[in-house]
Design a protein around this ligand. Sequence first.
Ligand SMILES: [Zn+2]
Length: 255
Amino acid sequence: MSGYSTPAIVLRKTDFGDYDLIITFFTLKEGKITVIAKSAKKSTKRFGGILEIFSALDVVYSTGRRKGLPVLQEATLTYPFPSIRSSMLKTAYASYWAELINKWMEDGQVEIRLYHLFHHVLKELDAGRASEGALSILFQMRFMKMSGFGPNLQRCGTCRIEVDNIKETNMMFDLKKGSIVCDRCAGGIRHELVLTKGTVKQILWMEKGNLVKAVRVKFSPDALREGVEFLELFVPYHVGKEPRSLKFLRQIRKW
Ligand SMILES: [Zn+2]
């Protein structure tokens, strides 16, 4: 039997029989793993009720020689994120991010930068220093870049003309290509997705450099909405099936 010890964030939690829970963790050192937490459902004493979605923990788990899920041995809470739990909107955003990570990551795929990004946006969401939408833009832009599907917002995907040199303020975005397309290259085809130049610039500020500074980017309400709606179409399109949590998020978000 071998044991592992690592910081972890709960991505998913499901009941298993009357006593146990199956937990999917995004761990810092071992990537995504799914473990069984024995008696966690029956007795709150066993894990003190801390195995909640998005909880940041230090966990110890072991793998046996026989096939079967690793077994959670110990869990210590490091960040409970109480303000996320008490707000339906914050819970909806965090659930969406967790679902994206869970859908995209393979078991055992180690993603240290993504782990830090996720932890950072959860902390900021909990602290309430930045708006939910701005944090969601930050998360999605960096997540897509890390997964190799970052949208091309710098230039037209066909003729490579830079956004700054495109004279129209409204630019079309080709979802399939993942790129801005200038009016000339579109050749009369109307792409449904249109972004204003100002929004594109603000979204791009979120993608680069220091995480702490990026959170301070101030969006105008229109740009925020446009950016959020754009990414919530773009990201699910490239990750695959539409996340269930996105439907819930759209229902409760009042623009
Ligand atoms: Zn072009």
